[in-house]
Ligand binder design. Structure first.
Ligand code: GMT
Length: 378
């Protein structure tokens, strides 16, 4: 199949999923065209089956807001025609599903029918999409997609609750390439980060308020009072400065390492003992899955799709959002006994296996095939 993938190219779960999906589909013989405003961060290799087409938005001083959707839909039209793309898979409803719908309509005028598969990732639904200023357009573009997927059962339920959706929503989970998280600690540079007796606690995100980084720091503060420990904070985002201040206030700045954005997440996870994800809301929690695949148990909130990934008492523990005391208790339970920690690490890795890309990517392929077959009948 010739598949056009539209995504956000930045360090965010939806962009990562879209990129890894495209790369795996290309290995399975499909021709993939990434169409976005910047080369996606995890798209390192372009090959004969992987193409990247940049969307440029010419700056025009008269415009207060530059019209990205317009440029994207025009680019989609051109690329579909030029490369004979058969299906468009858009990640994130805003504004991708909307722009794809416009492209589809323009192409119909020229006798070309290109179906659209829309994948909902979370914040496009729960945080931004349901805002009254966006809701009608988001509802419309979901309903006008030829197929819709959501990354968890919880996100599907949220979407049906928040919007008037007439379409079936397929649940297709986030996935992981387990070979990239080999659980092989031989090249792990742990000694560069912490002493042998220190436990390593990690959090990875785009440091937005929704991630509740203050809870990460408070849980870590409690852990390091009970045992030697270091905190690795990976990612950049709006909460970064505030969190720096909180660490100073609590007198733990020397125990917290801010990594910034990193492409070497698997290397950082390989020396981690525990992963913290206390989010306010989280449609799936790809970061938790990546941690588990590296054999790192997860202490998380029990919100959204996280319970579909992190199994309470097996791969880690779930607590109510904001319950720092419970998260601390659970973290200390895992960390305070080496053999228990080993068991949780093994369990985390085992639980991640069901999200192996070989189990999930064929589900997208089946949706493409089914969607194309339906369109033939139109
Ligand atoms: O929250 C993030 O880290 C970024 C965000 C995004 O929009 O890219 O991630 C969302 O999509 C990921 C991939 O499907 C999910 O694993 C994340 O849980 C989801 N984030 C939220 O729901 C807050």
């Amino acid at each position: 199949m010739k598949i056009g993938i539209v995504c956000y190219p930045t360090f965010g779960g939806s962009g990562v999923v879209a990129t890894e999906l495209g790369l795996e589909l290309s290995k399975r013989g499909h021709e993939i065209h990434f169409i976005t405003y910047k080369q996606p961060v995890r798209l390192e290799l372009l090959n004969k089956n992987v193409h990247y087409h940049e969307v440029n938005v010419p700056e025009y001083p008269l415009f207060h807001y530059q019209p990205y959707e317009l440029a994207l839909s025009s680019k989609l039209v051109d690329m579909v025609k030029l490369h004979k793309i058969e299906i468009l898979h858009v990640h994130y409803a805003i504004p991708h599903a909307y722009a794809a719908y416009m492209a589809k309509k323009m192409l119909i005028e020229e006798g070309i029918y290109v179906p659209i598969v829309t994948t909902l990732h979370g914040t496009d639904i729960t945080l931004v999409g349901s805002h009254p200023f966006y809701k009608p357009a988001v509802t419309f573009s979901i309903n006008k997609s030829d197929a819709v997927t959501a990354v968890s059962k919880s996100l599907k339920d949220d979407t049906l609750r928040l919007f008037d959706i007439k379409k079936d929503i397929h649940v297709v989970s986030n996935f992981i390439d387990l070979t990239k998280f080999k659980n092989d600690y031989s090249d792990c540079q742990r000694a560069m980060m912490a002493n042998d007796d220190e436990k390593i606690i990690t959090h990875i995100s785009n440091l937005r308020a929704v991630k509740r980084i203050q809870d990460v720091i408070k849980v870590f503060y409690n852990i390091q009072k009970a045992m030697p420990a270091k905190l690795m904070l990976v990612g950049e985002g709006p909460e970064r400065e505030k969190m720096d201040c909180l660490c100073q206030e609590l007198g733990i700045s020397d125990k917290v390492i801010f990594f910034g954005k990193s492409n070497e997440i698997n290397k950082i996870l390989c020396f981690s003992d525990l992963f913290l994800l206390p989010s306010q809301t989280e449609s799936f929690g790809l970061a938790a899955l990546e941690a588990m695949a590296s054999g790192v148990p997860v202490i998380s909130s029990n919100t959204g799709g996280i319970p579909e990934v992190n199994v309470h008492g097996v791969s880690g523990f779930l607590s109510e959002v904001g319950d720092v005391e419970d998260m601390t208790k659970n973290a200390l339970y895992i960390l305070s006994d080496d053999s228990r920690l080993r068991t949780f690490k093994n369990n985390a890795r085992k639980e991640s296996v069901k999200f192996d890309l070989h189990n999930i990517v064929p589900q997208y392929e089946a949706i493409y095939q089914e969607t194309l077959a339906k369109c033939m009948l139109l």
